[in-house]
Design a protein around this ligand. Structure first.
Ligand SMILES: Cc1cc2nc3c(=O)[nH]c(=O)nc-3n(C[C@H](O)[C@H](O)[C@H](O)COP(=O)(O)O)c2cc1C
Length: 334
């Protein structure tokens, strides 16, 4: 059952080390500026993304739904989205598309005034017949502003019961991208330039890169019994590499995959991302309480402002021009 699988994913992500072996954000060094530009408390981190006004360039990215435990996590995330004025996404809504009784485990997020609420469905389902009706239902379920369509083919390949189908996918998505606001999203193996360009050209409005640096779904599936999970543990494109490659596409970018702190958001924006997406690094707080989650996100906001203070940026536009050095493994990729 999909809902049992989602609970298993949460448990494994809370209990096991499922990170890739290297976090490539550590290879991005922002250059220090001796005299800051503005008082730290006057640094402006507001931004607009997909038409929504955010108080900070932060997305709590897709993780869960489909289970009472997941409902509480989604509610905690939505409450923090409302309190802090940041974007949120729910996890794959497939379980509720297939079983109406599970709708409220996602729909709970619609009770909160979040500036940007993203729904989530998997790309392989669109190669298997999902279309307009499923997107409409998913969006109405959470009163979504836009939909993430996740491309998780590494996970599907490793997962014994995975959907390893892609035939007809792009043709199926094209009319939908003209009707709905769609975001192309990876889940930890990263978006390459050609795939992102393909989606841009059929009308997708943004890309969530979700590259290698944090959660490895090969690792998660390894702990669920996927024998090849170990072999493919570190498979994929590093998150900062994806941001650098995709910035020339001139489309809004969610920099994600391995973000841990406000310093990582600053690195991501300096490289060309628009907002930072966090998943597993916030899961343990979201699973505990909305107050714990809010406290951690507030710390992340201070860390971002500190980094901006120290690179002499008074707003996110100026942060884009911050100078940086790339070292170690990321350097091989560039
Ligand atoms: C417990 C868990 C469940 C996830 N479920 C989904 C999902 O349903 N849909 C999706 O698009 N991504 C899902 N993801 C992937 C994240 O949204 C994100 O792309 C990926 O974990 C990389 O970010 P991270 O390194 O910050 O965790 C999930 C991640 C975690 C940790």
């Amino acid at each position: 059952m999909i809902q049992d699988r989602k609970l298993e994913h949460i448990k494994i992500c809370l209990d096991k080390d499922v990170n890739t072996s290297h976090n490539y954000w550590d290879d991005v060094i922002l250059k220090h500026v001796t005299i800051p530009k503005k008082d730290l408390e006057d640094i402006d981190i507001r931004t607009e993304f997909l038409g929504a006004k955010l108080n900070a360039p932060i997305l709590i990215d897709a993780m869960t739904g489909g289970h009472p435990v997941a409902k509480k996590i989604n509610e905690n995330i939505a409450k923090v989205g409302e309190e802090l004025g940041i974007a949120i996404a729910v996890g794959s809504q497939r379980s509720a598309i297939e079983n109406k009784e599970l709708e409220d485990t996602y729909g709970v997020v619609a009770n909160y005034e979040v500036p940007l609420r993203l729904g989530n469905l998997g790309a392989p389902q669109f190669a298997l017949g999902y279309g307009e009706e499923e997107i409409k239902r998913a969006m109405e379920m959470i009163n979504a502003h836009a939909m993430e369509i996740h491309f998780n083919y590494l996970q599907e390949a490793v997962q014994p019961e995975g959907d390893r189908v892609v035939d007809g996918l792009v043709d199926a998505l094209e009319p939908l991208a003209k009707k709905f606001i769609l975001v192309g999203k990876e889940t930890g193996a990263g978006f390459d330039y050609i795939s992102a360009k393909t989606l841009r050209d059929i009308g997708f409005k943004a890309i969530d890169v979700s590259g290698v640096s944090g959660t490895s779904f090969a690792a998660v599936e390894f702990y669920r019994g996927g024998k090849t999970g170990k072999l493919f543990w570190d498979w994929g494109l590093p998150s900062p590499y994806c941001v650098i490659m995709l910035r020339d596409l001139n489309m809004p970018l969610i920099a994600s995959g391995g973000l841990r702190s406000g310093l990582d958001i600053a690195r991501a924006i300096a490289l060309g991302g628009n907002i930072g997406g966090f998943a597993r690094a916030l899961l343990k707080y979201a699973a505990k309480s909305w107050q714990d989650l809010k406290n951690r996100v507030e710390e992340i906001i201070i860390e971002l402002k500190m980094a901006m203070f120290l690179v002499g940026a008074s707003n996110l536009e100026e942060l884009k021009n911050a100078e940086y050095v790339i070292k170690n493994e990321l350097r091989f990729w560039i």
